[in-house]
Design a protein around this ligand. Structure first.
Ligand SMILES: [Zn+2]
Length: 509
C-alpha cells in the first residue's frame, strides 16, 4: 500500500560535470522532500544518473576507456556537488547498475507480452545529442535539430516499436481528468496540443548501440536509452520484486524535470506505464531554464557554470535560497552574479541574519540570554503573521509554487522587522517600568525566529540548524513536525539563547 511521498528529479546523463542548471532542479526536489519530512510523512527522494547514453559511449571512446570506467569516474563528481548542496536524496540510482537492468528487462518483457511491442523498420532524422528521432516537421531549415541546431543524422534500423499511438485517447483523457498531471499549465497545453496532433509508435530498441541493456527476447538490440532512463523511477524502488519499496512509493507524487524533456515524461512515460498496467505519476512538473546573461546554460555549448564557482563564494544556503526565491519557479529565469549578491545581502545578510542577531543580542543584553514568559496579554500580531506563513508555505509546496513558498518566508521576515520597528524593544529597555512589555515583545520575536528556523529548514538546512542552535532549543530541529512546529508559543521560556557569529555575512558588491 502506498504510504510514502515520492519525489524524483530527472536523471542527468553524465558525459560532463554538473552545472548550475542541473543543480537548480535538484535543490527544488530537495526542498519538496524536506518539507514533506517536516510534515511527518515518509519520503522517498530519488535521483541518479543516466549512463547508457551514446554520448557517454562517445566521450569514453575519446578518453580511451570503457563507458563503465567513464561513468564510474564521473559519478563521484556529481555526488560531491549534491553533497555540498545539502541534497537529502534517499536513493541514487545509476542506470548501469544490475539492480536497474533486471527490472528494466522485466518491464519491457511485460509490455511485449501484453502485445504493445512489435518489430518494424524505422527510418528518419535522428539527433545524436538528443538521442531522439525527430519528426521531419520539427527540423530547423530542414536539417537541424531544433534543440541543438546541429545537423541531424539519417538513421534506418530494424527496431522494436512500442504502440504509443494506441495511447492517444487514454492520454488525452488523463490530461482532461487530471489537469494536475502536467504542470505548469503552459506545458500542459503544449502536451495536449502535441498529443492531439497524433502520436506515432515509438522505436524502443537500437541495434547498433553497444552500450546499454539488451532486450530480453532479442539480445542483439539494446533498449532505447530514453526508455531505459525513464524506467529508473520504478526500478530504483524495486518494481516487480515482492516486498520491495515499490508498493509503498508508487505512483510517484511529483516528478520534477526540465521543460525540454516534457514529451518523454508527460507522453511516453505515462503511456509505457499504462501499457504495463501501472498507475501514472500524480504530477510531472516541468521547470524552466536558467539563463546567464539571457543565454541558456548548456554543457554542450560550454556555457555551463559549475556550482562550486558559486558555492565557494556564496555558501550553500544563500545558493539554494537565491535560485528558489529569485527565479520564478516554473518559468525561465536569468541569473547573474550581481543579482545573487544583491539578493543575498538584502534578504539574508540585512534581512534574516540581521534580524536574528538583533533579537538575540537584545535578549542577551536585557534578559541575560533567557527566553522570557510569553506576554500576559496574549500573542501579538506576529502570531497571525506566522499562521499566514505556515498556510502560504504549505499551499506553495502543495501546488508546486516553490517561489511562492519561499516568498512567504521572506515576507514573514519583513513582518518581523516591521513589528520590531513598531514596538521598539530597545526603547522599552530603557524604561524600567516597561520591562515586562519589552520581555513580551522579545518573546514574540524569539518565537518568530523559531518559526523562521522551521520554515527555512527545507530551503536552507544548514543556516536553519545554526539559527536553531542559537535559539538554544533542546529538542532537535530535525525532530520538528508540522503542524505542531508551526503552532505559536513553542519556544520554552527559560531556554538560554546563544548568539553566535552572524548567519549570513554581508557580501561585497
Ligand atoms: Zn538535438
Amino acid at each position: 500500500m502506498k504510504d510514502t511521498y515520492f519525489v524524483t528529479s530527472a536523471i542527468p546523463y553524465i558525459n560532463a560535470e554538473p552545472h548550475v542548471g542541473t543543480a537548480y532542479e535538484i535543490i527544488a526536489c530537495d526542498m519538496v522532500a524536506r518539507y514533506h519530512r517536516l510534515r511527518g510523512e515518509r519520503v522517498f527522494f530519488l535521483t541518479g544518473t543516466d549512463e547508457h547514453s551514446q554520448n557517454v559511449a562517445k566521450a569514453a571512446a575519446e578518453a580511451g576507456i570503457s563507458p563503465q570506467e567513464f561513468t564510474d569516474g564521473m559519478v563521484p563528481k556529481w555526488l560531491d556537488v549534491w553533497r555540498r548542496l545539502d541534497v537529502s536524496n534517499d536513493d541514487f540510482i545509476r542506470t548501469s547498475e544490475p539492480r536497474h537492468a533486471e527490472p528494466l528487462r522485466r518491464f519491457v518483457q511485460a509490455i511485449y507480452d501484453r502485445g504493445d511491442v512489435y518489430q518494424g523498420t524505422y527510418e528518419g532524422p535522428y539527433c545524436v545529442s538528443c538521442e531522439e528521432f525527430k519528426p521531419e516537421s520539427d527540423l530547423v531549415d530542414g536539417s537541424l535539430c531544433p534543440v541543438h541546431l546541429r545537423p541531424v543524422e539519417w538513421l534506418k534500423e530494424e527496431n522494436y516499436f512500442f504502440r504509443l499511438s494506441k495511447y492517444q485517447e487514454p492520454l488525452l483523457r488523463l490530461y482532461e481528468e487530471h489537469p494536475e498531471f502536467v504542470m505548469p499549465e503552459t506545458r500542459r497545453n503544449e502536451v495536449v496540443a502535441f498529443v492531439r496532433g497524433g502520436l506515432k509508435d515509438l522505436s524502443i530498441s537500437r541495434n547498433q548501440a553497444l552500450w546499454g541493456v539488451p532486450l530480453p527476447w532479442a539480445e542483439h538490440h539494446v533498449i532505447y536509452v530514453w526508455v531505459d532512463a525513464l524506467l529508473n523511477y520504478i526500478t530504483a524502488p524495486g518494481y516487480g520484486e515482492d516486498g520491495s519499496l515499490f508498493e509503498h512509493v508508487w505512483p510517484a507524487d511529483l516528478q520534477i524535470i526540465g521543460k525540454d524533456i516534457i514529451r518523454f515524461h508527460a507522453v511516453i512515460w505515462p503511456a509505457l506505464l499504462m501499457a504495463a498496467g501501472l498507475e501514472v505519476p500524480r504530477t510531472v512538473f516541468a521547470h524552466g531554464f536558467l539563463t546567464l546573461g539571457g543565454e541558456k546554460m548548456s554543457k554542450s555549448r560550454g556555457t555551463g557554470i559549475h556550482p562550486f564557482e558559486l558555492l565557494d563564494h556564496f555558501g550553500v544556503d544563500a545558493y539554494r535560497y537565491y535560485f528558489l526565491r529569485e527565479i520564478q519557479w516554473g518559468q525561465d529565469g536569468n541569473f547573474s552574479w550581481e543579482s545573487m549578491v544583491a539578493r543575498t545581502n538584502a534578504d539574508l545578510a540585512n534581512g534574516l541574519g540581521n534580524l536574528a542577531s538583533r533579537v538575540l543580542k537584545m535578549v542577551e543584553d536585557n534578559l541575560e540570554g533567557c527566553v522570557p514568559e510569553p506576554p500576559a496579554a496574549g500573542p501579538g500580531p506576529l502570531a497571525a503573521a506566522a499562521a499566514d506563513l505556515a498556510a502560504r508555505y504549505d499551499a506553495g509546496v502543495e501546488t508546486v509554487d516553490l517561489t511562492g513558498a519561499v516568498t512567504a518566508l521572506s515576507d514573514f521576515v519583513g513582518e518581523m522587522n516591521r513589528y520590531l520597528v513598531e514596538t521598539a524593544p530597545w526603547a522599552l529597555a530603557k524604561d524600567p517600568a516597561r520591562r515586562e512589555e519589552m520581555a513580551g515583545v522579545l518573546y514574540d520575536a524569539l518565537e518568530g525566529l523559531r518559526l523562521i528556523a522551521v520554515f527555512s529548514s527545507p530551503v536552507m538546512p544548514t543556516a536553519a540548524a545554526r539559527l536553531w542552535q542559537q535559539l538554544g532549543i533542546a529538542e532537535p530541529l530535525d525532530a520538528q513536525r508540522l503542524p505542531r512546529a508551526a503552532t505559536w508559543g513553542g519556544i520554552p521560556p527559560g531556554t538560554l539563547v546563544a548568539r553566535g557569529s552572524s548567519l549570513f555575512p554581508r557580501l561585497d558588491d
